[in-house]
Design a protein. Structure first.
Length: 247
């Protein structure tokens, strides 16, 4: 994704074919495993697991898959330990990219990520080489099941501690400091909205535009990264053509 609407990214993922959905389910399954390992198998007491389950449902992941992932992580079935790793680097044209991964083989993942950068005119960098160009924010998305208008949504945002709110395609999207992500999520649910996702994101402070072959190569790099099972999320500061169409 980029700094554009998180809801648009969810819609795009839901529209993918069966093969792409399978990859998405694999990635979400890893998130479930990490959440269970960190806080237990009960979503009522493990807010991170609760959030990942909502994400799974928003992506039409079958309940059987969700429960199987929870059982694996809780020891009822064979489980794999995943490490969380974040890579930073420069794409072609000086663009900035952050890649969040969950992997059971750090050497494999590092090699694959580096290859995606190198093959497409990018350069993998060190920690904090580009993250200073982004803000770490919480993003809460919910279905507008009670038909909030702009004023009511703004009031809910203020009351819950969110920084910004927008209503689009029957969805409410709130941006907040990561320290109040849980509070904003809980306020949205308490209001009667149907939670879709509550996650931390890297939001670019400024966007850049690439043209011609540079844009083509950058898109190829993003596609290669997102196609990797070890890669959970890709954040960048490039305006992509489909994002122009969605505005």
């Amino acid at each position: 994704m980029s700094g554009h609407s998180k809801w648009n990214n969810i819609k795009n993922k839901k529209a993918k074919g069966d093969a792409e959905r399978s990859k998405i389910f694999t990635k979400i399954g890893r998130e479930i495993a990490v959440a269970v390992k960190a806080g237990g198998a009960d979503p009522a007491s493990n807010s991170k697991l609760y959030d990942v389950i909502q994400k799974a449902k928003a992506n039409n992941m079958p309940n059987d898959n969700i429960q199987r992932s929870i059982k694996k992580a809780s020891g009822e079935l064979s489980a794999v330990d995943y490490a969380e790793i974040t890579y930073e680097g420069y794409g072609i044209g000086g663009s900035a990219v952050i890649v969040e991964c969950l992997t059971d083989n750090k050497n494999r993942t590092a090699g694959d990520v580096r290859h995606a950068f190198d093959k497409n005119g990018g350069n993998l960098g060190g920690t904090n080489c580009v993250s200073y160009m982004f803000d770490r924010k919480g993003i809460v998305i919910a279905e507008n099941t009670i038909d909030l208008d702009d004023d009511s949504a703004f009031e809910l945002a203020i009351e819950s501690g969110a920084d910004d709110v927008s209503i689009e395609d029957g969805m409410v999207e709130m941006t907040c400091d990561i320290s109040v992500l849980g509070a904003v999520r809980d306020a949205v649910v308490a209001k009667g909205l149907n939670l879709v996702s509550a996650e931390m994101e890297w939001i670019p402070q400024n966007m850049v535009t690439l043209d011609g072959e540079n844009l083509v190569r950058f898109q190829k790099m993003i596609d290669a990264l997102e196609d990797n099972d070890d890669v959970q999320e890709v954040f960048h500061n490039v305006v992509l053509p489909e994002e122009d169409d969605e505005e």
